[in-house]
Design a protein around this ligand. Structure first.
Ligand SMILES: *Cc1c(COP(=O)(O)O)cnc(C)c1O
Length: 397
């Protein structure tokens, strides 16, 4: 059958693929421990769920304005003012069906075929295909584990060409958990201001930062930086609302208008009920975040300490999100039953079969030396999973 060229250029999300494999093993009665999940293991807080029930009861079940109800846009404008000291008008924000959808709309509205988009690696799995689907070219720029996987101003400068349109930043990062400081973002912004390039700042993990470190957005650097930055955020991670599908963007109104146009001819408005719930998430009590963060912090400390105790493994301490990204390259070129483990994919497959532990290979994030561990799962499970991994690794020769 003839398919579009567009579709043959991309692969399905590898994190979802790994999860699917683990789920089918589970369905077959095998007890699989998963470090693969990319979502909080908490329930959406009660007051948010109640707002959704109320929206249903009140019949708030019809089409809404394409880019979000005014109430939610107001809540978003207020959030940026309150949390980030950034002022936007309501036509500079827009609501879509999750942060991923925001990124998709942005690529469709902003990029032309052949445009270059700089993506620091390790990167979130969906960035390159979203760029490719818009006909543009992802330019992957590697970072160093020693530099906590952060893009340096020098590497950024070296990657910029006359074709560069956009830089993607993600802090706190999925998969590394690293968090850019204010001075690091100022240094990147200096490079950016010398060129005619724009920034997408994916701030979906803004509220999941440990050790009371402050969050800083590159849009806060200056008015000029703000005028060339799109901030992507959403309720999925902060309020354990991944299934509700609400994400939002703030940025220059001309492009936001373009994104509205794309959305009006594709998905139309995000779910009306979820929008009402998101208003309450943003405006209501925020203490559920602290509770979740404390649980993540305990798991983070435990997981990272255990990983670093495994022979040959090294793991940086993540500053945010709920992932650890240890280096497992010590186990490459080892053997199991005559088969050589060549890289992160082989190792993850071995650990899934031998240890019944699901992980995501670093290859999916653009750095094959690593494996991503999500700790959005209970401490006991983490413990058992690590015991299994240690046992399986000992069998490799
Ligand atoms: C989870 C995630 C998103 C978006 O998630 P949505 O559920 O679509 O809002 C965006 N960026 C990163 C890095 C993520 O991990």
């Amino acid at each position: 059958m003839i398919m579009s060229e567009r579709i043959s250029n991309i692969k399905p999300s590898p994190t979802l693929a790994m999860n699917a494999k683990a789920l089918s093993m589970r369905a077959a009665g095998i007890d699989v421990i998963s470090f693969g999940v990319g979502e909080p293991d908490f329930d959406t807080p009660r007051h948010i769920r109640e707002a959704a029930v109320q929206a249903i009861e009140e019949g708030f079940t019809r089409y809404t304005a394409v880019g979000g109800i005014p109430e939610l846009k107001d809540a978003i404008v207020e959030k940026f003012r309150r949390d980030n000291n950034l002022n936007y008008e309501s036509d500079e924000v827009m609501v879509s069906c999750g942060g991923k959808h925001v990124l998709y709309n942005l690529a469709q509205a902003f990029l032309n075929p052949g445009d270059e988009v700089i993506i620091p690696a390790p990167y979130w799995v969906s960035y390159p295909p979203i760029v490719t689907l818009a006909g543009a070219n992802p330019v992957v720029v590697g970072t160093e584990e020693e530099g906590d996987f952060k893009l340096s101003p020098e590497s950024l400068e070296a990657a910029i060409t006359p074709g560069t349109r956009l830089l993607v930043l993600n802090s706190p990062s999925n998969p590394t958990g690293s968090v850019y400081t204010e001075s690091e973002l100022r240094a990147l912004s200096e490079v950016i201001s010398k060129h005619d390039i724009w920034v997408v700042s994916d701030e979906i993990y803004e509220k999941l930062i440990f050790d009371d470190r402050p969050f800083y957005s590159i849009a806060q650097v200056s008015e000029e930086a703000k005028s060339k930055t799109f901030i992507v955020n959403g309720v999925s991670k902060t309020y354990a609302m991944t299934g509700w599908r609400i994400g939002y963007v703030a940025g220059p109104r001309e492009i936001i208008a373009g994104m509205n146009k794309i959305q009006s001819q594709s998905t139309s408005n995000p779910n009306s009920i979820a929008q009402k719930a998101a208003v309450v998430a943003l405006n209501g009590p925020q203490d559920s975040i602290r509770t979740m963060l404390e649980a993540f912090d305990e798991r983070r400390q435990y997981l990272v300490q255990r990983l670093n105790a495994i022979k040959g493994v090294h793991c940086n301490m993540p500053g945010g999100a709920f992932y650890a990204f240890p280096n497992f390259s010590h186990y490459f070129n080892t053997e199991t039953e005559g088969e050589t483990i060549k890289g992160s994919v082989d190792l993850c497959e071995y650990l899934l079969t031998e240890a019944r532990v699901a992980l995501v290979p670093g290859m999916a994030f653009g750095d094959d030396d690593f494996i991503r561990f999500s700790y959005a799962t209970g401490l006991e499970t983490i413990k058992e999973g690590l015991d299994r991994i240690e046992n399986a690794l000992e069998k490799l020769v």
